[in-house]
Design a protein around this ligand. Structure first.
Ligand code: CP3
Length: 348
């Protein structure tokens, strides 16, 4: 039996592929509306106001760590800070999704993007990372994040949320040069923005490609992979590690290796064993169905325990991180989140 590790040691060991006492755990959207304290903070502050306050972002990022046996924190921010910094005018209306004041439709819209100074306007996020890092006092792992270029392009072209992001998918085929140029700009800003988060103390960064799963393999390879490589190349040159989450991206698994990332966060519909066989040296995170957290404590315990057994099958659970296959749903009872984390901790 291995000695008991502390959370940050365990998280770093999982990232670097060394032996762990058990896989570490963090959860997508672990800070959010399912927590009463988050809702309390949001009564007194708008979403952007919250994102711009290092004290408040640290408070909401720490709350899940105080409640549950988690091994890592994720900085509190949003993927849409990048379009906002580019001047697209992002707002979050009460009860609706995000809205962008200026959509990307043609070359003139792209020319109007305020690329110069965009990274400086994102400094509040690395400030939030720094503030959180200090509060964590070396005890927990810390993740930074950004939206993957295609997912950001999807919001920029649609001007808000959508189920199918048809406008972005049409653009790839109708104006491929424009799409590639926009993806390149988003990638270059994101690379510098993520490097700033790493410098501020993030142990790794995750790219959220929430809508990448809408594309087929050919388009993912043609448009998304080169844009992601424009991010991983400079970050790897600095020794940083990059994780990639592609929601609904199981069919893309055979080509995701081309993106040159260090690990994948698997969607709940992806098969863990299949992903592990294909990518034996990548860090794999995931991939419990967030719906389990709405099903009650017993199903959560059973599924978590089964996942941990599958993780142990290859290399005794090295390079594995327990997570969900997408973010925690807002109607989740915190009790089930506690059950998930307790179950993971009991496997040490
Ligand atoms: O705890 C964490 O995981 C860190 C915080 C985080 C947020 N958004 C806070 C947030 C993270 C990692 C994100 C990423 C994000 N944001 C994604 C990718 C991951 C995913 O969920 O697929 C996407 C697509 C967005 C865009 C976004 N932000 C939408 C569509 C919305 C509104 C709808 C919704 O789910 O609430 C947001 C707002 C947002 N971002 C909230 C939070 C906690 C809710 C805002 C509120 O307080 O009202």
């Amino acid at each position: 039996m291995m000695h008991h590790m502390d959370s940050r040691e365990r998280f770093l060991a999982a990232l670097s592929g060394s032996t762990v006492d058990r896989p570490p755990v963090w959860l997508m959207r672990q800070a959010g509306r399912y927590l009463p304290d988050y809702r309390e903070v949001r009564k007194g502050a708008g979403f952007w106001e919250l994102c711009h306050s290092p004290e408040l972002t640290t408070r909401v990022a720490l709350e899940p760590l105080a409640r549950f046996k988690l091994d890592a924190a994720i900085v509190f921010s949003d993927i849409l800070v990048v379009p906002e910094a580019l001047g697209l005018g992002v707002t979050f209306g009460a009860g609706e999704g995000p809205q962008l004041a200026r959509r990307l439709e043609g070359p003139a819209d792209l020319s109007a993007w305020k690329v110069e100074g965009a990274v400086d306007r994102l400094k509040f996020v690395s400030d939030a990372v720094k503030h959180l890092k200090t509060a964590l006092a070396g005890r927990y792992g810390l993740l930074g994040f950004a939206g993957a270029p295609f997912t950001l392009l999807a919001y920029c072209t649609e001007g808000g949320g959508s189920d199918d992001f048809l406008k972005a998918r049409v653009m790839l085929h109708q104006q491929p040069a424009l799409a590639e140029k926009a993806l390149g700009i988003l990638a270059d800003v994101t690379a510098q923005y993520l490097e700033a988060q790493c410098e501020a103390g993030a142990d790794t960064v995750q790219l959220f490609d929430t809508w990448g799963g809408l594309l087929d393999r050919e388009d993912y390879l043609r448009f998304c992979v080169p844009a992601i490589r424009r991010i991983t190349e400079p970050l790897h040159a600095k020794g940083r590690k990059v994780m990639l989450f592609v929601r609904g991206g199981q069919h893309l698994l055979p080509v995701l290796g081309e993106a040159d990332v260090d690990g994948f966060s698997l969607d709940w519909r992806a098969d863990w064993r299949e992903a592990r066989t294909r990518y034996p040296k990548h860090v794999l995170q995931g991939n419990l169905d967030p719906a389990l957290l709405l099903a009650g404590v017993a199903p959560v315990r059973a599924a978590t325990s089964a996942l941990l057994r599958v993780m142990r099958e290859a290399d005794n659970g090295k390079r594995c991180i327990v997570n969900l296959g997408h973010g925690i749903h807002k109607d989740t009872n915190p009790e089930t989140v506690a059950a998930l984390c307790d179950e993971v901790a009991s496997h040490g």
